[in-house]
Design a protein around this ligand. Structure first.
Ligand SMILES: Cc1cc2nc3c(=O)[nH]c(=O)nc-3n(C[C@H](O)[C@H](O)[C@H](O)COP(=O)(O)OP(=O)(O)OC[C@H]3O[C@@H](n4cnc5c(N)ncnc54)[C@H](O)[C@@H]3O)c2cc1C
Length: 234
């Protein structure tokens, strides 16, 4: 299957939201929030495949444009991310359909979502698809370097205002003057986000360094591994 780039919006240098359309005939494009697509291309004579988590919720069937959104960052010296950032609207990339088990457990329980960088993608899809007035308590602890790197901030703030059981906690590791919110890495806010509770499910997504560190802290703090779900990007 091919995916056509429809539009890209640069959020900050080397960070963007990309809308693709699966060229799937009448086949539709089904996935569960949290799943990823796999892109393949030949780069320097080698076929290279990379996974990218879908950041948008599934489309309602009556719409069925087969469009989906990705949050992408340009990895330093990264082969595939350079190819993606070089794409123009209308260009195609080879894609395999959505896969993956990093999805919300059913029925969902009170949960803490922890994301760094583009690790926000699965949580944006899950929250857009599942958050409603009857949802359990969800807290999103979201770490980025700079304020401009907080993707979907206005959307999450709006959800937090509409649904009191959803808490949105961004934290910046390199805050500029004027930022009055949380600072530092997500790990520094873990205990406060857990509120002393040990009955939460915790979902982690981002680079290995954060995921491994938070998993170790949770295990030391008495969490069972069945309560911890994670996706590592590297
Ligand atoms: C299940 C899954 C879902 C993923 N979803 C996303 C997503 O939604 N958005 C996204 O941007 N990436 C995502 N990734 C990472 C993505 O697959 C690639 O690893 C990333 O684009 C770098 O590939 P590359 O070929 O450009 O870099 P490579 O040539 O493979 O690596 C170059 C360097 O970049 C480092 N690196 C790898 N991944 C990253 C990263 N994400 N950020 C910074 N440095 C990195 C590597 O350690 C290496 O040092 C996901 C990975 C997995 C396994």
């Amino acid at each position: 299957m091919q995916a056509k780039l429809i539009e890209r919006v640069e959020v900050a240098p080397g960070l963007g939201s990309f809308i693709f359309e699966a060229q799937n005939g009448a086949g539709g494009f089904d996935f569960t929030p949290g799943q990823f697509v796999s892109f393949t291309a030949e780069i320097a004579g080698k076929r290279i495949t990379r996974a990218y988590t879908i950041a948008s919720p599934p489309e309602p069937h009556r719409v069925a444009l087969c469009r989906f959104e990705l949050c992408l960052n340009l990895a330093p010296d990264g082969l595939f991310s350079h190819l993606l950032f070089g794409m123009q609207s209308g260009e195609m990339v080879e894609m395999r359909p959505p896969l993956g088990t990093f999805v919300l457990r059913q029925p969902p329980r009170d949960s803490l979502f922890i994301a760094t960088g583009t690790g926000i993608a699965p949580f944006r899809s899950m929250l857009r698809a599942h958050l409603n007035a009857d949802s359990p308590q969800f807290t999103l602890l979201y770490g980025a370097r700079y304020e401009s790197h907080l993707m979907y901030r206005a959307e999450f703030e709006d959800l937090a205002a509409r649904f009191p059981r959803f808490r949105f906690w961004p934290t910046l590791s390199r805050p500029e003057a004027g930022w009055t919110g949380r600072t530092g890495h997500v790990q520094q806010h873990l205990e406060e986000a857990l509120d002393g509770r040990r009955d939460l499910d915790v979902y982690l997504c981002g680079l290995k360094l954060m995921v491994d560190d938070v998993r170790a802290r949770l295990k030391t703090g008495g969490f069972d591994r069945k309560q911890i779900f994670y996706e590592k990007y590297d």
